[in-house]
Design a protein around this ligand. Sequence first.
Ligand SMILES: [Zn+2]
Length: 185
Amino acid sequence: MAIALSLDDGPHPVYTPQVLAVLAHYGITATFNMIGQQVGPNLSLVREVAAAGHTITNHTWNHDEHLPHRTYAQVCAQIDRCNDALAEAGQHPTIFRAPGGNWGPVVYRACAARGLRPVDWTVDPRDWDQPRVTTEEIVSNVLTHTKAHDIILDHDGGGDRSRTVAALKIYIPKLLDKGFTFAAM
Ligand SMILES: [Zn+2]
C-alpha cells in the first residue's frame, strides 16, 4: 500500500512552508522536485525540506518544458545548473523529473550521463490547472485514482497553490485511513 507524494516547481517561500507543516502534522515524507533558479533565494527553505526527511530532486534550472527538442548539451546544462544550485544547500539529487512530464531520448541520455533516475508520476489531480480546478476536484481526483505504488503529482510552486495545500489537508488523512503509507522516493 506504499505510495509516494511528489511536490513540483518549488521551493516557494509561501507555499513550501505550508506544505511542510501539513506533512509534519501527519508524520509523512514526500519528494520535492525543485527548480534550480528558485533554490538560491530559498536556501534555508531547501535545507528545511531536507532536514525534515523529504527527498529533493532535480526539476531543471528554469522548468524548460521543451527538453525533448533541445540539444544534448542544453539538456545537460539544465540538469547541471540545478544540481549546482542544490549543492549550495548540501543536496545531491539522484532523481530527475522532466518539466511537464516531457521525456525523450535526449532527456534519458542526459539523465544516464549524470547518474539520475528519471521518475514520472501516475496520478495527476491537475492542481496545476488554476484557477479552474477546485480544492474539491483535486481531492476527488486523488481519492478516485490512487492505488498501491502510485506516485501522486502536486505542486508547491509555480502559482497560487492555496488549493493544493487545502487539498493535502483533506486527502492525506483519508489516504492514511484507507491504509496507504507514504514513502519519500
Ligand atoms: Zn514542474
